[in-house]
Design a protein around this ligand. Structure first.
Ligand code: SAM
Ligand code: SF4
Length: 335
């Protein structure tokens, strides 16, 4: 049985309460998605990333400060050795209400049931195209069939909800938005479209030219589906609609066209242990250094987290036409 909820102790200068943490457990990935990574990536040496024990300790500290939702992400979280054991331990934290995960789906055929046992409630699975060649083109190393089998296995495993995440790029996969929604509808799952963010330098395309807005996607979908606006159930950045007569929700995450910072309730822990206060800014503290200097003193660690809230900026400033000011790629940040 869950304990009564811990009081929320993480509040920033703008009165926003932080009760959600996204933890990137690795910067490594078996894919090289064109919007996320450059073709040649250098990954962090093992000693620079948080150990599984350190991640667990920090997750526990966060829950004791009022965080009730944790998302495990990466890189590809499921390629880190013993990721499932870590999820099991975090899923057992008594003050946590919900453990969720974002994955590229490549490992789901053999991990889905273990994830369910580890109390992972919901999965976000990335899928930008249903065309095998395009999938290879966008992920560089991924295999569509493996991911579709992974999605099917996850659906059959019975998670509370499964959501597809799709990043849409003009002239690459914008012609697939209707098919992707139809796939979600037929599978009885949800889908969110994400506007590409300028995180890290990439080589494959010009981000400003590839920009395809949420409004444009919505207009494309309106020609085929009846989308009914629903109130946000997760306090997240998505605008949600339901396809009339179905359970399928369609979300739009629009960092450029619809700023959502005023309701931001989250922070991120990067694979190398930086507590990042905002996805679109560099304000952070080095939690790894604090944990390694005080491995047995959770009070010091928790106080550092509380103090860090003062650094949370009011909003992100993304500009697709400039060179990215955020040099970190999404894989090390934890999307
Ligand atoms: N590897 C997992 C996956 O792909 O789902 C988890 C990590 S990935 C960084 C998390 C999410 O970030 C994915 O849905 C991915 O599509 C999205 N993403 C990556 N780079 C992005 C970018 N530059 N702009 C917007 N979304 C991005
Ligand atoms: Fe890997 Fe996810 Fe980034 Fe694609 S979006 S390269 S799957 S971390």
């Amino acid at each position: 049985m869950r304990h009564p909820k811990q009081a929320k102790q993480l509040v920033d200068r703008f009165g926003r309460s932080v009760d959600y943490v996204r933890i990137s457990i690795t910067d490594r990935c078996d894919f090289r998605c064109v919007y996320c990574m450059s073709e040649e990536m250098t990954f962090l040496p093992r000693e620079q990333i948080l150990s599984l024990e350190e991640i667990y300790l920090l997750a526990k500290c966060f829950t004791e400060l009022g965080v009730n939702k944790i998302r495990i992400t990466g890189g590809e979280p499921l390629i880190r050795r013993n990721a499932v054991e870590l999820l099991q331990k975090i899923g057992d934290l008594p003050l946590l209400d919900e453990l969720v995960m974002t994955t590229n789906g490549s490992q789901l055929t053999h991990t889905a049931s273990q994830l369910k046992q580890a109390h992972v409630a919901r999965l976000n699975i990335s899928l930008d195209t249903l065309n095998a060649e395009k999938f290879k083109d966008l992920t560089r190393t991924g295999d569509l069939d493996t991911v579709l089998k992974g999605i099917r296995t996850a659906i059959n495993t019975g998670f509370k909800r499964i959501k597809i995440n799709a990043v849409i790029l003009k002239n690459r996969n914008d012609d697939e938005v209707v098919d992707l929604v139809r796939f979600a509808l037929d599978s009885g799952i949800d889908i969110s479209f994400i506007e590409e963010m300028p995180l890290g330098v990439i080589s494959s395309h010009n981000r400003a030219e590839a920009y395809y807005s949420s409004d444009q996607i919505k207009a494309d979908l309106d020609l085929h589906f009846k989308l009914e606006k629903i109130s946000d159930t997760t306090a997240g950045p998505s605008d949600y609609y339901r396809i009339q007569g179905s359970q399928t929700k369609v979300g739009f995450i629009s960092p450029h066209s619809h700023n959502f910072c005023s309701t931001c309730n989250r922070v991120r822990l990067t694979a190398e242990g930086r507590l990042l206060l905002c996805l679109g800014n560099e304000h952070s503290i080095d939690l790894k250094a604090i944990v390694r200097a005080n491995p047995n003193d959770t009070e010091i660690i928790k106080q550092a987290i509380i103090d860090a809230m003062d650094l949370k900026p009011e909003q992100h400033e993304f500009d697709l036409t400039e060179q990215p000011i955020i040099m970190r790629h999404m894989n090390s940040t934890g999307g």
